[in-house]
Ligand binder design. Structure first.
Ligand code: F6P
Length: 461
């Protein structure tokens, strides 16, 4: 384990969030999302001040009163600015560009609202983050500032201008596409310029790092690196034995079919949920021998429902499931079991029970479900994995690979996974488990910090 060091972590979501319970008392919850879960490990091993957005009314009150955790700084933004920053620019505009989700014939329209959201939302909120970082650096000038993700691309330049000697690093957790031409030149240059103000820019995979390097060759360079994020293995070893998980697992076992295909995702268009149902429907149409014997369990966490594209996507998911079930289902067999809820214990219970796990993302920075579920599974379950998920760089050799647009190919892959012989399934599952155990989130953090140290020593000897 590396020596303890001072870090200022900056991300939109923080490690804690506040709400009021039914009785009106303040309650503190763990912040959600894969990024926050992975980064929480930093808190144990290093001296961290974490700067994040106040995302609830209660967060805002905590920020105003200055009464939160000593090591968490919640920044309260103007609500209209935050709306432009989160609901217009970060998601969907940047998220859709980076996951290649725009159809382009009619969308996106970068209308006046988008331009206003860019200056008065995205840039303004980012500036509040940069100011919070600068005031932390005034107390702790030697701390490494560790920015995260697409919400904060402009912040490093603002901090660099104010504190030229600061050590700055940025981790981008989502794909970096080869083409940014959807954005007008001033916006895309501001994004590259912001990121290049860091001493180090990091991604999960070689592929995303290469795209970034190619894109910035005529703008400038900085140290670009890649380290695949992973999971807290000990946490999952504990979780799988917890009462909440065992209780849900018992319910699942009582109703499970002979073969269970599982997917666990946020309801995000990048996850390719609709094509997954189409592939499953095609499998059932072409292989009637599976009728009544296999079901797809889709555990979906509702996401970003203030954004129209996400509302439409969830509606399409529900329509597609209704169509498959009414076409092929019977009184005693439901082909697709769709659950739209945030229930992590149920997800972990399903991780234990799947025979086939479908991760067919259009694009994904990493995809932690592809690591969590095989780690917990004890049935020799097969991973069907998109070639465009970051996890494919590490796990592709032991998965059944799919192209996310090839619905017929996905139907074939599901059939191949369902019929794979037991020794082969066990061999692949064991290899994935061994890989995830060996390359856990602690390794990710420590190798990354090692890289940052080397790079900032070169820049600020
Ligand atoms: O890196 C992608 C990410 O920021 C992850 O933290 C998480 O999986 C997801 O996006 C959460 O998005 P949001 O904060 O918008 O709910």
């Amino acid at each position: 384990m590396a020596a303890r060091r001072s870090l200022i972590v900056v991300s939109n979501r923080g490690p804690v969030t506040y709400d009021r319970d039914a009785a009106g008392n303040r309650v503190k919850r763990r912040g959600g999302g894969g990024l926050v879960t992975a980064l929480r490990g930093l808190l144990e091993h290093h001296d961290v001040t974490w700067i994040a957005s106040a995302t609830t009314d209660e967060d805002r009150r905590v920020a105003e009163e200055g009464l939160g955790d000593r090591d968490v700084v919640l920044v309260a933004h103007d609500p209209a600015a935050y709306d432009g920053y989160y609901n217009v620019i970060a998601n969907p505009l940047l998220w859709f560009i980076q996951h290649s989700l725009w159809g382009l014939a009619t969308k996106p329209d970068l209308d006046r609202r988008t331009h206003t959201a860019w200056t008065e939302g995205y840039a303004a909120v980012t500036r509040s983050f940069a100011e919070a970082v600068v005031s932390q650096l005034d107390n702790n000038p030697d701390a490494l500032v560790f920015f995260h993700d697409y919400h904060l691309y402009l912040a490093p330049r603002m901090v660099r201008d104010a504190r030229p000697e600061a050590a700055l690093a940025h981790f981008v957790h989502i794909p970096w596409p080869p083409d940014w031409s959807i954005l007008p030149p001033a916006m895309r240059q501001a994004i590259y310029d912001g990121l290049l103000a860091n001493d180090v820019v990091a991604f999960h995979t070689e592929r995303w790092a290469r795209n970034f390097r190619n894109g910035c060759s005529d703008v400038g360079t900085t140290h670009v690196t890649h380290h695949p994020i992973s999971i807290d293995v000990a946490e999952f070893d504990e979780l799988r034995e917890s009462d909440a998980v065992k209780e849900r697992e018992a319910q699942l076992i009582a109703s499970r079919p002979e073969k269970l295909i599982l997917r666990v995702d946020r309801t995000d268009p990048s996850k390719n949920i609709v094509r997954g149902f189409r592939a499953f429907r095609l499998l059932l149409e072409e292989h009637p021998e599976w009728h009544g014997r296999v079901s797809m369990l889709a555990l979906l966490d509702p996401s970003r429902q203030a954004i129209p594209e996400y509302v439409e996507y969830l509606a399409t998911i529900e329509q597609e499931v209704a169509a498959v079930n009414s076409q092929l289902g019977s009184d005693d067999w439901l082909p697709v079991d769709l659950r739209v809820a945030d229930d992590f214990a149920r997800s972990v219970a399903a991780y234990k029970q799947f025979d086939v796990l479908l991760v067919n993302a259009v694009y994904d920075g990493m995809n932690l479900v592809a690591k969590e579920a095989p780690l917990v599974n004890d049935r020799g379950g097969v991973l069907v994995l998109s070639e465009n998920a970051g996890a494919h760089e590490e796990l592709g050799a032991w998965a059944v690979t799919v192209n996310p647009f090839d619905v017929a190919g996905q139907a074939d892959a599901l059939h191949a996974a369902l019929t794979m012989d037991e020794p082969e399934r066990r061999r692949r599952a064991a290899a994935i488990q061994a890989h995830v155990r060996e390359h856990d989130v602690v390794e990710w953090i420590e190798t990354l910090l090692g890289d940052f140290d080397r790079a900032s020593r070169n820049v600020h000897p």
